[in-house]
Design a binder for this molecule. Sequence first.
Ligand SMILES: *Cc1c(COP(=O)(O)O)cnc(C)c1O
Length: 412
Amino acid sequence: MESSLKNEKEGRVSVTNRDLIKKISENLNKNDARSVINLGNGDPTPYPSFQTTLVAEEALLNSLHSNSFNGYPPPFGLPAARRAIAKHLSGDLPHVLLEEDVFITSGASQAIELLLTVLARPGGNILLPRPVFPLYKARAELVGLEVREFDLLPYRDWEADLDAVEALADDETIAMVVINPGYPTGNLFTLDHMQKIAETAQRKGIIVIADEVYRHIVFGNQEFIPMGIFGSLTPVLTVGSLSKRWLIPGWRLGWIAASDPNRLLNKSGIIESIQKYLCMTSSPATLIQGAVAEIVERTPTDFFDKTVKTIRESAEKCYKLINEIPCITCPTKPQGCMFLMMKLKVDMLEGIEDELDFCCKLAKEESVILLPGIGVGLKNWMRVTFAIEPSYIDDAFGRIKAFYLRHAKKTL
Ligand SMILES: *Cc1c(COP(=O)(O)O)cnc(C)c1O
């Protein structure tokens, strides 16, 4: 009995990236005098270049001192916060979002948990990209949704394999997830590709869950375009938060925004299910919600420009340095997000089994931490966070190069 419970648990609950990083970190050599460089972490806020704006700090203090935000928050979020997010997002859309189209959640994470829970039904399946933000898979498994994966294509700028989507979607498919700017791939979809995604979803009659937590964290030739512009083709439920763009992931302020001019989500009862769920859960602290309007309305573009500039410099540096090391390669120059994926050519190395082995040995010998690709569903790839102090990057890749030279397979 006990062992069957244990197996059930191990079979269903995915390993989290935090566990993986912990496992890698256990290999660190305490006698190494050099400092540890962590390219595996997802939170840039410890670094001096990634501090939030004074506007956010002041907004929070104003909220506190107003004495108006000490009570329980309304279940769908403070009206002023919902209106502010609706207005903020509408700036990029052809239609206007209203207060009722936005629900405040405890970070984008709770938005994901909520959507997968309310959309789940017996026999249902969900289409997830591979690689993916691991919470989607973990939550889908928890609520009994069958996960069907479509590939993002590394040599086609990480575009979604829409032939696979066509083939995987059936009558039991409840939604497909699209993450753009791309996590953990660092790409940005073209307008043309997004249109094709929307048309595929429309043809298959499925909702699009658009994860846009990295909205406007872009630095290629192209601007950010929200998936919501295609809401008239198929309903788009956009997931977002202040976490990444405002560098305040610990404040836990996120949202779901419904771009659905035809009101299909209302007709099908999905909006009602979201509302019901929100009445059974707990939303972000009222104090933070009281600060939202000021944060989104007053943050100067300077702040975003400065962060994005730092991220771009780091990303370009990483891209260049990676491709100077023979055993790793990054197929696409990053255009957004805070991460990229690099491929490990295991057969160029002596005595390294796979990317997990590479990450463990790299931590031990060079005090550099990378996330093994299995954490995001891609074996023999590794995830690199480039939202770190740019000054660490040369050092990190210098160490990775030294590691490569030490382990390179000898050729005749
Ligand atoms: C960080 C992240 C989230 C979660 O965002 P929070 O607002 O911190 O909960 C969701 N999706 C992606 C792709 C992320 O990188």
